[in-house]
Design a protein around this ligand. Structure first.
Ligand code: SF4
Length: 454
């Protein structure tokens, strides 16, 4: 994902010293990387640096890379290549920065390479290359920091790193073990975002349900109250700030059950993003996944009994080494039972440095992966279509993402930005981004809903 620079960053109209250095920023990768980008930009803006929308007009380019999959690395190298060609002064950071030789081999002339979350190193590399010309313009930075998302929603990162060791993943190697932010810090950041007009918070981390485990759920202070740094408390407190709260990257651990009543009561959105990855015990074992899939279906049923409105979004990997046709049968049968609302699937790609490469399991040929992926997607498309059609005639709340002359585009409580479906709202009165309206759904297509504001 390349984060387009929104208008909030177009500061050309602001009275600033004409010689303020300009930085062009490319943000690639997942929402967690986006949050890192926001922090770097916030820091640079506080020192008086300006942001440029083009590499050519900038004094320097920063590329925040993603190194999760080989395809993401290729995209990162391409972005560095464009920055080198169009500007020539380039600092690279992010996940790929953890293995600098991969970048130096191709681009020996990049100015500096820093790893993920190395905010200070990025900022000091910028100082060296293009020293700040001003005293800090702290007043130019809004209290909530700089956001790369639209004004009405924001990602809230609650921890870094991960204690799991899934064999296809190098994130623990790149980002280390789980480090949770104290809940007081997280809640203060959320409060600032609410004050700045954010209507929807997207809670992210590598494993949201593990929040606080590393610090033994230590309490911290928020508004004269001691609150434990724990998943349930986090959901409960965020849910009282007047924003939609959406929980991403949750694992179906028993303690997640506690949060489902909060969803039924409308405290947080009835939405759980759970990356199941597979359903066959053999494959899950080879993947070293942190959840017991055999009990997961029961857990999902129990959750839906408590909160019938719950939408579960998930991702899966097909074609993992050693996966058999029987494993695929188990996966597709499981999918039909689970009836997940939103599903994405990836064909397995070996990641350099991932333990999966050393398991001694047979690699699945590309054409077999392709066929399995189509089989999986076809099964899910039928499930999704039935679920989406079942919503016709209902009245739902929709948050507007894009205004339109007669029809606005938004999302329901069951849809996260960028990854899920859209809801189109016809309305006689003009709707603005961030408005939350009630809509009567009139029709559905494969993934999207259409209706009128009531
Ligand atoms: S839970 Fe697994 S896939 Fe997710 S970051 Fe941790 S090790 Fe990687």
């Amino acid at each position: 994902m390349r984060a387009a620079l929104p208008d909030i960053l177009d500061i050309s109209h602001q009275p600033m010293n004409a010689v303020a250095p300009k930085i062009s920023f490319v943000s690639l990768g997942c929402p967690k990387a986006l949050v890192d980008s926001e922090r770097i930009i916030t820091s640079l803006r506080s020192e008086g640096y300006e942001l440029s929308k083009s590499h050519a007009g900038a004094d320097l380019v920063i590329v925040n890379t993603c190194g999760f999959l080989d395809s993401a690395k290729a995209e990162s190298l391409e972005a560095i290549g464009s920055a080198m060609a169009e500007n020539g002064k380039v600092i690279v950071t992010g996940c790929m920065g953890a293995e600098p030789e991969q970048i130096r081999d191709v681009f020996p002339n990049v100015l500096a390479i820093t790893g993920p979350q190395a905010y200070e190193s990025v900022v000091s590399a910028v100082h060296q290359a293009v020293p700040p010309k001003h005293d800090p313009f702290v007043d130019l930075v809004p209290d909530q920091g700089i956001k790369l998302t639209p004004r009405h929603y924001a990602y809230l990162k609650i921890s870094e790193g991960c204690n799991n060791r899934c064999t296809f993943c190098i994130i623990p190697k790149l980002r280390g073990d789980l480090v949770s932010r104290p809940i007081g810090d997280v809640l203060r950041e959320a409060e600032k975002l609410a004050k700045a007009g954010v209507k929807e918070l997207l809670v992210i981390s590598q494993d949201t349900s593990a929040y606080g485990l590393d610090i033994k759920y230590a309490p911290s202070m928020f508004k004269d109250r001691e609150i434990r740094t724990r998943f349930f408390e986090l959901a409960r407190e965020l849910g009282q700030m007047g924003m939609w709260v959406r929980l991403h990257y949750v694992y179906p651990y028993p303690h997640v059950d506690e949060v489902i009543p909060l969803m039924q009561e409308g405290v947080v959105l009835p939405y759980l993003d759970i990356p199941f990855q597979h359903a066959s015990p053999n494959v899950l074992k080879a993947m070293k996944r942190p959840a017991h899939q055999d009990r997961t279906l029961d857990r999902i049923r129990k959750w839906r009994d408590i909160c019938p409105d719950l939408a579960i979004r998930s991702t899966f990997i097909v074609g993992f080494p050693g996966e058999t046709e029987e494993d695929m049968d188990i996966l597709v049968d499981w999918l039909k039972e689970a009836k997940l609302e939103r599903v994405g699937a990836f064909k397995y790609e070996p990641v350099k440095g991932a333990p999966a490469n050393d398991l001694g399991l047979d690699l699945i040929p590309e054409e077999v992966k392709e066929a399995r992926w189509h089989r999986f997607m076809k099964a899910q498309a039928e499930i999704s279509a039935r679920i989406v059609k079942g919503r016709v005639g209902k009245r739902i709340q929709v948050i507007i993402d894009e205004a339109g002359p007669t029809v606005a585009k938004g999302r329901s409580k069951w849809d996260a930005p960028e990854i899920d479906g859209n809801v189109y709202v016809a309305s006689r009165r003009p709707l603005r981004a961030g408005d939350i309206v009630t809509e009567k759904i009139e029709r559905a297509d494969a993934y999207d809903l259409h209706g009128v504001a009531v």
